[in-house]
Design a protein around this ligand. Structure first.
Ligand code: PLP
Length: 399
């Protein structure tokens, strides 16, 4: 039977303490034991099914972790308080002082800032490379390289990483391939394609209601246990734990993820097609004109499409700002960072979500000032949205 991430989520059943159709929420930071020995055994990791302290693990966070592991096809998962709370402990767990990371140069600005400005103080260095070139990536690997890091669909340029090719390189050089799959939940299953660790910012599509931040690391039992180790686990010791009440609400939202992703993809495909026909230079992996369109097709879970993210260059920052302000005024979406909301969100990443990347680096990677990144919403009548967006573009002399 072929791998279907949405079916895997659907097949998980959890009941509440009193037969509730949702699991009970563990509203406690600490847990009692009838016998002192059981507490000691739990502390040492020798007793299954008992809980000690909620920074280490809690029933509700474990339920959410199981659903995310099922979605990604990994043995286990550890949920975190944010996407950055998942990325940073993972990289710190995998690398020691003196080690090196090869990272895609087009990644979320916070991940870039962490690798470029923060982690060097622990003696860990990073080479930033064009992720679309396996040759350049291989050339950047050094004797002390431990990790390849990338996003499946990069933020904000929507470059597509060749996960199978990267996994083969990771295997050849004995590295760990860590993939941030925030832009493409359900559409791409990096672990099935060979990635060792898959990360999400749950803040985005997976939760889908822009009411919380959250993150997850999916991987082998061995790796997830190492993150949670009371002695030397980066997640346990740095402490970015998700609250149980939030974990319960993210789990409920995950139950509709498949429907939402299909609609995000359908709407983004529709707008990309139409605006490309109108002469705009749209970047969207679903378009034949996207340089990695065929690569994406070789990796995706077809029924979930090409995702909800698209971008195009408005020509200048001034034009981009004018257009975004007008679209917001006409209630077509919100001028906001983040993504994966039911409403369309847009921002100019050069001065927004990627502003941590210096101007000369932005230029090298092709991130222009006028680039607008759209996270397309769940609009019921996308033709109506298209007509209204087109009217805005005409008004600011873009069409
Ligand atoms: N990864 C990607 C691709 C993102 O876009 C973001 C946030 O925008 C993050 C990670 C960080 O997630 P969080 O804001 O939940 O810490």
């Amino acid at each position: 039977m072929s791998f279907n991430p949405a079916d895997n989520i659907q097949d998980l059943q959890y009941f509440g303490e009193f037969g509730g159709v949702n699991p009970s929420i563990s509203d406690s930071s600490t847990y009692t034991f009838l016998a002192a020995k059981s507490m000691m055994d739990t502390f040492e990791g020798n007793l299954e099914g008992c809980y000690l302290y909620s920074r280490h693990s809690s029933p509700t966070n474990l339920f959410l972790g199981q659903a995310l592991a099922a979605m990604e096809g990994t043995e286990s998962a550890n949920v975190a308080a944010s996407g950055m709370g998942a990325i940073t402990p993972t990289l710190m767990q995998l690398c020691n002082a003196g080690d090196h990371i090869v990272s895609s140069r087009t990644i979320y600005g916070g991940s870039y800032a962490f690798l470029k400005n923060f982690i060097p103080k622990f003696g860990i260095t990073t080479s930033f490379v064009d992720i679309t070139s396996l040759e350049k990536i291989e050339a950047a690997i050094q004797d002390n390289t431990k990790v390849l890091f990338c996003e499946c669909i990069s933020n904000p340029l929507l470059e597509v990483a060749d996960i199978k090719g990267l996994a083969a390189l990771a295997k050849k050089y004995n590295l760990k391939l860590v993939v941030d799959n925030t832009f493409s939940p359900l559409q791409i299953s990096p672990a099935v394609l060979g990635a060792d660790v898959v990360i999400h910012s749950l803040t985005k599509f997976i939760n889908g209601s822009s009411d919380t931040v959250g993150g997850v690391v999916c991987g082998t039992n061995e790796f997830i246990d190492s993150l949670r180790s009371v002695n030397d686990g980066a997640s346990m010791l740095l402490g970015p734990v998700m609250d149980s009440l939030r974990a319960a609400s993210v789990l409920k939202n995950m139950r509709t993820l498949h429907l939402r992703m299909k609609k995000h993809s359908e709407n983004a495909m529709y707008l990309s097609d139409k605006f490309e026909q109108d002469g705009l230079k749209i970047v969207y992996p679903g378009l034949k004109s996207h340089p990695q369109h065929e690569l994406y097709k070789s990796m995706y879970n077809e029924e979930f499409g090409f995702g909800g993210m698209l971008s195009f260059d408005a020509g200048s920052l001034q034009k981009a700002d004018e257009l975004m302000e007008l679209m917001q005024k006409r209630n077509l979406g919100y001028l906001a960072v983040s993504l994966g909301f039911y409403k369309t969100l847009f921002n100019a990443p050069g001065t927004g979500t990627s502003s941590e990347i210096p101007a000369d680096e932005q230029e090298k990677m092709g991130l222009s000032d006028g680039l607008i990144r759209f996270s397309i919403g769940l609009d019921n009548d996308i033709e109506r949205t298209y007509q209204e967006m087109k009217a805005c573009m005409k008004k600011v002399d873009m069409l």
